[in-house]
Each structure stands twice: as structure tokens, then as C-alpha cells.
Design a protein around this ligand. Structure first.
Ligand code: C2E
Ligand code: MG
Ligand code: MG
Length: 863
């Protein structure tokens, strides 16, 4: 190049060669060459067109060099390369370096930072960006590989903000991207940003981050004086607002003031950083909470599912489109389809048309009326004829605005319960043998019809039907034949009746016909009732084939009219019963109306009940005692017999009142009183020795009569226990006398009760044996201790061979069942002798003693 311009004379060259070493020496001594690393980062530092460092740092160093008399040698390098060269001692000073612990070991830092800087977000004027939250979904331009981006990305992530990143090769390009709206915002250090924003028509945003203090540093091998000179000058200039340093900063558009960052900016930044840190912490905490809550929800969902799946009810959620959204395991079981395949389907996919329609109607009510619905749903699955009954409870599910979006249903299978309820109803109201209404159903129906008759003025009647000699059928042909006869009669009678009539079976061989809606004229109504009864009589006239033999049975019938002043159904039934007894007394196979004389009897009956009720309250009942003896005349038992100490009538025998009240509820309180009196007496006697028992000892029991009504009372067993506890009577000395009629109904229950009392030590005897409705099969099962031969067989023992045969049979039966046997009503020695001959060894009767007061019995039979 020199050669091309001009030729240099040789002497000039010689002089220059001669003088060059001297000039270099002079330069190295007076003007040291300081090598400065220059990388391209305008406006902070970059290479000027004069190959000297320029920009904020460049101007600064040039000014220091000028004042210190240095020669600056700019070494162009890339950032990392610059640092490497500085470390290797090939560069002396390097500007724009942030302090890090690692760098402090490699380079020399002095206290005064040359420049404060931070990063900032710059936006296109069309973008509204006030806070970091506004960056959701925005396109962010950044300098590829910059620390800034990593930092900022992390920041956005903490706030859970999704931004689209647009990479640029230079800051200039990233600003250009925003300018041309290929990005919405750009990241840049504040120096570059403030310097270039206007030229790219960008605006700064309040979002600042990553504040940093930038230093000029030197390598460890470089002359430390140089860095100290820089530090000293900087400190001077910063302190002096008129210094050229401030001019430099202004020229390059730096926001820095002579004292560093403007105080308000420092506060803004600190506040910003604080808020960001707080937000970041909050976000982190929220995330952790969300994660924890999510875990909790999943765990509780799993628990809930386990519970819902183990419940034996169908639980489901259905949308307003009637499609299942959730079903538990039970639903899946019912449909025979996995739960996830039920979801999305509708009821018509599983049930037959009628079922689906019914469910749909119920669901619609829940959706439309927003009500909690409880309904019985009878469901039939597709292709399956069996019906299942569900009790369904359905609730509407509402969203925040109160709109129904689904329903939650719980359906419990109640098929078995419904069948059981129907069965219970059937058993409670129908006779299992004939399927006719029973006494309870009849009384209900009577109450309704009697009330209706009162309102309409129409009449009605009750026909009480009792088969004649039915016992013979049982005895001669067996119970199966008896049952067959009852069934045939039920069918036959039913077929001859009107729809408005009700035929019921209320006892062994007792049928009752309720005739409603008869003429309002009593006589006409009575005619109607009579003609119906006669029609029934004709029915009876036809033989029934029993045990392959035709058998003709007759019946006695009693008729009572609604107008017969019977106020209650029970009374009307009693009137009809009385009329029926009159028919029986009239020779059987008769029909009788309830009449005036019966009416008188009925009234007397009612008066007596009234009187007994009063007498119970006044404790007018007392007990007499009758001894029972063995062959040798030793006391083997005592029977307690009730007497009524009437204020007007004197001592009233039980035969006049017990049969009247025996079937009424009054028997229960009276029976309780008797039991209490007897046990109290026993407690006094139980420790007394009996004179005859000294040698050998004998054990007597006190026999107490128990009527059916009393025994069947639900609390009978408890009551007996209570009385024993109260009186301290020895249960091993108690014998309860039951009658055969008591055993007719519900034998299992009777046996159970007897067992409970037997467990206490109580024994049972069967009173008046032979007169009632004995069944040998029952006898075998009952926990009996003694049988009492009825006095009617004893009375004519000498004359009636039949009675002798019966007594002999009873004795043989007792022996075979290992029961004791005692004869009642033994009035003379001949009877006693005959009984002894027939094998009966215990006796009770006037021969030994009449029933007497307690004191008298004690005086005569106990010591
Ligand atoms: P029952 O339990 O068969 O009692 C025997 C009845 O025969 C007693 O009549 C007794 O006085 C009577 N008697 C005893 N020896 C002779 C005799 O040699 N000749 C005759 N002709 N009679 C004799 P009573 O005391 O009038 O009792 C009648 C029925 O009243 C009893 O028959 C029993 O069924 C009932 N009864 C008596 N006391 C009670 C009681 O406390 N509770 C209950 N539920 N019923 C009772
Ligand atoms: Mg008795
Ligand atoms: Mg008796």
C-alpha cells in the first residue's frame, strides 16, 4: 500500500530503523499499552469504526486512557473468548462483566461498578402489557442463547403463564420482529432497549427483571494499577455530575444517573422484584397446595369409589339427557355390563319399554320440578321376565346458577321385603287353610260396612256359621280330612254369594258371613238374611267326598242384624255367636236370629263385665285352696281357685264369672291378680313341712289356673317372672294349669313359652282333660307334668262304662308319656277305689276337702 502511493527515500528508512527501538522504549515507559477486550454489545461496548472501543464502556475507557496517558489496544473478541483471553493474560481489561463468585476467583474486581443494568420487556404499541400476567399467550422475542431468556422463562413458568418464544440472532433482530408484529414483545437489557426502542417504534413496559451491576475487570496477571486507575476515575466521575462520564451515559441513552440507578427506579425495581418474589413464592405455594389437594382428592375419590362399590344399592348419576354419567358396581351387576360401558347409555338400553318409560317419567319430574323423589320402581331387564322392585331416591344436582345438570339416584332392591310384606299382610288378614279373610279382616270390614250403613240408612247382617259335630270328623277321619272338609265348605259357600258379601273363617269350624247393603226396613233385611242362610243350608246338604267317602255335614247358624243395637263389630259378632248357640241348643242344623231374650243375656253379660272391672280395682277377688292327695292320703298338691267376695252378693263362685270374662281382655288383669295372690301365699307355705311328708318326704306344688287369654298375652312370661321375684315364691313349687283349648292355636309358640317358664322350674298340668279338643300329637310335644281327668268322667264312673274306658285310656296315655295323672271331683270312696283300680293314684275332690280359705287349708294340711 505504501509502495503504491509513494517511494520512501532510503535515508528516511535508515533513520526510522535506527530510531524505532528508542521510540518503542519511550512509548512503553511513558505511554503503556493497555489491551481492552471489545465484544459487540452496543450501546455498552462495541468496536468503533476507528478500531477503538466505543459505546458507554468504550468511551469510559478511552477517557481513562486519555487521562492516564495509556495507549488503548482494542482486542476484538466474542464474549466467552474475551473472558478466556483475559484469564490467559492476553487482555488486560474487560468491561461489562457482572460479579459472580466464580469470576471473582479468576479476575480482579474493584468496588465501583461501572454501570447498573437490568433487563426489560419492550412491546409493540398495539400490545397492552402492564404486568407479567398480561404475557399469557403472547409471542416473546429473545436473543438466542441469552441468560435473560432462561431467567424469564423460569419466571413465567412460576406464574403458570404460557408464552410463545420467538428466537432471534441479535437484539436488533428481536426488536425488528416486534416492530413487524411477528412477535408481541421482546426482551433486552435496558441500555440496548432504551437506545433502540424508539427507532423500532417499540415501547418499554413496567416489567423489569434481573438487575445487575457491571464492572470493568482485569486479569490476575495484568498490572493492578490499571484497574485501580479505572476504579479511581470512575469514583471521581460518579461523584461529579458535571463529569464527562455523565455526558457519555446520556449520549448512549443510558438511564443511569451520576449516582447509579435513579433512586425512584431502585425502589420501583426493588418493589417489583419483591412483588415478583412474593408472587413467585405464592405461585410455588399454590402449586404445592394444588398438588397436595389433587392427591387428597384422588385418594378421597378412591375411598369414595370403594365405599360406593361396596354398598348393596345401585348408585348412579344421570345427565339431563337421561344418559348415565356415573354408575357404581351394583348398577353394572344389575345390567350385566362393565360400569364404563354403562356410562353414556340410557335406560332403554337395559330395561324393557315399560320400565324405561316409568323411570323416564320419574327422572323428568326430578329435572323439571327440582324435587327429591322417592318412588318404587318395578324394573324388568331386557330379555328377562323377572321383576325386581326398587325403592329409588332421586335428587337433582344443581350448578352454581341453580340449574339442574344431573340427578343422583340410589335404588335399593326391595323385592324380598315387598314379597315378605305381602305375605305378612296375607297371613295377618287371611286364613291360611281356606284363604278366606280371618277374624281381623272380618272385623275391619264390619267396621267399614256398619259405618256406611249408619250413613246410608241401609241395613246389614252377620251370619255366624258353626259346623255341627266337626270334632267327630277330626277324631274319626283325622285332621287332614277335617282340613279338607273346611276347604271344600269354604269354596262351596263362597260360590253361592254376592260380590258385596264377605265370608270369613274365624276359628276351627266357625265361618262368618257379612251381608252388607240389605234393605233399610229391618224385617225385609231380616228376610234377605234368612233366605241367604237357607241357601247356605242347602249347600251344606250336599255331601263332600272325604277320604273317598261322601260325608254330609250340617251347620248351626245365628243371625244378628246391624240394627240389633250392637255398637261395635265385636258386639255384633257376639250377638251372632249367641244366636248360633241358640241354634245349637235347638238341636243343631238350625237357623236362629238374635232376639230379645238373648239381648237380655247380652246386657247381663255387659253388666257383669262392668262389675268385674270395678271388682278388680277394689281387690274383691280372693283365693280358696283345695288339696290334692295320693293313694296314701298324703298331700301331693294344692289347687288355688278364685272366689269373688262381692259386696252385695257375698262369695261368688268362679263358674258365674270366669266363663263370661274368659275371652275378654279383663281376664289378663284378673289373672295377674290371681297369680300374685297365689304366689304370695305359696311364699308363706313353701317352707312349712307337711305332716305326712316327714316319712317319706313328698313334694307338693301349688296349682294355679291360667286362662288362654292370659297365657297368650305377649308379656305373660315376664309377668310370671316378675311376680316370682316380687313374692319370692319358689318356682319349683308352682304348677300352672292350662286347658286344652289354649293349645289349639299356635302350638309352637305355646311350647316356646312353656319352655321358658319350665326353665325356671315351673311345671304344667292339663286341666279338664278329655272334654276339649285333645290331640295326641300335641300332647307328645308339650312339656307337661300332669294330666287332670275331668270330673265329668269321675262323676258317673260307677254307672258309665264309657267313662271307665276313657279314664283307663287317659291313665294309659299318661303312663306312656310318663306324665302324672290326677282325677278331679272325687266325691266318694267308691270313686277313689275305682280310680285306683284303673291306675289313677292322685285325687282331688270333696271326699278329702272342699276348696277352703288359706288359713283353713294350712290348719288341716300343713304344719
Ligand atoms: P277347675 O280348674 O277344673 O277346678 C275344679 C273345680 O271343681 C272347682 O270349681 C272345684 O271347686 C270343683 N270341685 C272340686 N272338687 C269337686 C268335687 O268333688 N265335686 C264337684 N262337683 N266339684 C268339685 P270352682 O272352684 O267352682 O271352679 C270352676 C272353674 O273355674 C275351674 O275349674 C276353673 O276352670 C275356673 N277357675 C277357678 N279358679 C280359677 C282361677 O283362679 N283362674 C282361672 N283362670 N280359672 C279359674
Ligand atoms: Mg283347675
Ligand atoms: Mg278341672
Amino acid at each position: 500500500m505504501l509502495r503504491g502511493r509513494t517511494r520512501i527515500p532510503w535515508w528516511v528508512l535508515v533513520c526510522w530503523l535506527a530510531l524505532a527501538p528508542a521510540m518503542a522504549w519511550a512509548q512503553s515507559v511513558g505511554s503503556p499499552v493497555v489491551r481492552v477486550g471489545v465484544y459487540d454489545n452496543p450501546p455498552k461496548i462495541f468496536m468503533g469504526s476507528d478500531q477503538q472501543p466505543t459505546g458507554i464502556f468504550g468511551d469510559l475507557l478511552r477517557e481513562v486512557a486519555r487521562q492516564e496517558g495509556w495507549t488503548l489496544q482494542a482486542v476484538r473478541c466474542e464474549w466467552q473468548d474475551c473472558l478466556d483471553q483475559l484469564q490467559a493474560g492476553r487482555i488486560d481489561l474487560m468491561p461489562d462483566v457482572a460479579r459472580t463468585p466464580e469470576r471473582e476467583t479468576l479476575f480482579r474486581f474493584l468496588p465501583t461498578p461501572a454501570l447498573h443494568s437490568w433487563s426489560q420487556v419492550y412491546r409493540h404499541p398495539s400490545q397492552q402489557v402492564e404486568s407479567i400476567l398480561d404475557l399469557q399467550g403472547k409471542r416473546v422475542a429473545y436473543l438466542q442463547g441469552s441468560v435473560q431468556q432462561a431467567f424469564f422463562a423460569n419466571l413465567l413458568e412460576n406464574f403458570n403463564i404460557q408464552a410463545a418464544w420467538v428466537a432471534a440472532d441479535s437484539l436488533d433482530q428481536s426488536f425488528a420482529l416486534v416492530e413487524h408484529q411477528q412477535a408481541d414483545v421482546a426482551l433486552a437489557n435496558v441500555h440496548y432497549g432504551d437506545w433502540k426502542a424508539t427507532s423500532h417504534s417499540l415501547l418499554g413496559t413496567p416489567i423489569m427483571f434481573q438487575p445487575v451491576a457491571l464492572h470493568v475487570v482485569s486479569g490476575l496477571q495484568s498490572n493492578p494499577a490499571w484497574l485501580q486507575a479505572v476504579d479511581r476515575r470512575l469514583a471521581q466521575w460518579k461523584a461529579d455530575p458535571t463529569s464527562s462520564h455523565h455526558g457519555t451515559l446520556r449520549r448512549w441513552g443510558s438511564p443511569e444517573t451520576p449516582h447509579g440507578v435513579p433512586p425512584h427506579m431502585v425502589w420501583v425495581m426493588l418493589a417489583g422484584v419483591g412483588v415478583l418474589a412474593l408472587l413467585a413464592l405464592t405461585v410455588a405455594w399454590l402449586r404445592r397446595e394444588v398438588a397436595r389437594k389433587t392427591r387428597d382428592i384422588r385418594a378421597s375419590e378412591a375411598r369414595l369409589n370403594t365405599i360406593l362399590d361396596s354398598v348393596d344399592a345401585a348408585i348412579y348419576i344421570k345427565g339431563t339427557d337421561f344418559r348415565y354419567r356415573y354408575v357404581n358396581r351394583k348398577v353394572a351387576q344389575i345390567f350385566g355390563t362393565p360400569a364404563d360401558q354403562v356410562v353414556g347409555k340410557r335406560d332403554e338400553d337395559f330395561f324393557d319399554r315399560r320400565t324405561a318409560d316409568h323411570i323416564h317419567q320419574n327422572d323428568s319430574r326430578v329435572f323439571n320440578e327440582k324435587i327429591r323423589l322417592t318412588a318404587e320402581e318395578v324394573n324388568r331387564n331386557l330379555g328377562n321376565d323377572t321383576e325386581q322392585v326398587y325403592l329409588s331416591v332421586k335428587l337433582p344436582l344443581l350448578d352454581a346458577s341453580g340449574q339442574v345438570y344431573a340427578l343422583c339416584g340410589i335404588s335399593t332392591d326391595v323385592t324380598e321385603q315387598r314379597q315378605a310384606t305381602e305375605e305378612i299382610h296375607r297371613l295377618a288378614y287371611f286364613d291360611p287353610l281356606t284363604q278366606l279373610p280371618n277374624r281381623r279382616a272380618l272385623l275391619d270390614r264390619m267396621a267399614r260396612e256398619m259405618a256406611l250403613a249408619q250413613r246410608t240408612g241401609r241395613n246389614g247382617a252377620l251370619v255366624f256359621i258353626d259346623l255341627d259335630h266337626f270334632k267327630e270328623v277330626n277324631d274319626l277321619l283325622g285332621h287332614a280330612a277335617g282340613d279338607e272338609l273346611l276347604r271344600s265348605i269354604a269354596i262351596r259357600l263362597s260360590s253361592s254369594l254376592r260380590n258385596t258379601d264377605t265370608l270369613a273363617r274365624i276359628g276351627g269350624d266357625e265361618f262368618v258371613l257379612l251381608l252388607a247393603d240389605l234393605d233399610s226396613d229391618r224385617d225385609l233385611a231380616a228376610d234377605q238374611a234368612l233366605s241367604t242362610a237357607r241357601k247356605l243350608k242347602v249347600c251344606f246338604g250336599q255331601p263332600v267326598p272325604l277320604a273317598e267317602r261322601p260325608y254330609t255335614v250340617t251347620a248351626s247358624m245365628g243371625i244378628a242384624m246391624f240394627t240389633d243395637a250392637a255398637e261395635t263389630p265385636e258386639n255384633l259378632l257376639r250377638w251372632a255367636d249367641m244366636a248360633m248357640y241358640a241354634a245349637k241348643d235347638g238341636g243343631r242344623n238350625e237357623i236362629r236370629f238374635f232376639n230379645a231374650e238373648m239381648q237380655t243375656r247380652a246386657e247381663a253379660h255387659a253388666d257383669l263385665l262392668q262389675d268385674v272391672r270395678r271388682a278388680i280395682q277394689h281387690h274383691e277377688f280372693i283365693l280358696h285352696y283345695q288339696p290334692q292327695l295320693d293313694t296314701d292320703g298324703r298331700l301331693c298338691g294344692i289347687e288355688a281357685l278364685v272366689r269373688w267376695q262381692h259386696p252385695d252378693k257375698g262369695l261368688v263362685q268362679p263358674g258365674t264369672f270366669i266363663p263370661v270374662i274368659e275371652n275378654t281382655d279383663l281376664m289378663v288383669p284378673l289373672g295377674q291378680d290371681i297369680l300374685r295372690l297365689a304366689c304370695a301365699q305359696l311364699a308363706q307355705w313353701q317352707h312349712l313341712p307337711t305332716p305326712q311328708t316327714l316319712q317319706p318326704p313328698s313334694h307338693w306344688r301349688l296349682a294355679i289356673n291360667i286362662s288362654a287369654k292370659q297365657f297368650h298375652h305377649v308379656h305373660f312370661v315376664e309377668h310370671v317372672k316378675h311376680v316370682i321375684d316380687q313374692t319370692r315364691a319358689d318356682p319349683h313349687r308352682i304348677e300352672l294349669e292350662l286347658t286344652e283349648s289354649l293349645l289349639l292355636n299356635n302350638v309352637d309358640h305355646v311350647i316356646e313359652k312353656m319352655g321358658q317358664l319350665q326353665a325356671l322350674g315351673i311345671a304344667f298340668s292339663l286341666d279338664d282333660f278329655g272334654t276339649g279338643y285333645s290331640s295326641l300329637s300335641y300332647l307328645k310335644r308339650l312339656p307337661l307334668y300332669k294330666i287332670k281327668i275331668d270330673q265329668s268322667f269321675v262323676r258317673d264312673l260307677d254307672s258309665n262304662t264309657n267313662s271307665q274306658a276313657i279314664v283307663r285310656t287317659i291313665v294309659a296315655l299318661s303312663d306312656s308319656l310318663e306324665l302324672k295323672v290326677i282325677a278331679e271331683g272325687v266325691e266318694n270312696s267308691a270313686q277313689k277305689a275305682q280310680l285306683l283300680q284303673l291306675g289313677c293314684h292322685q285325687y282331688q275332690g270333696y271326699l278329702f276337702s272342699r276348696p277352703v280359705a288359706a288359713a283353713e287349708l294350712q290348719a288341716g294340711w300343713l304344719v
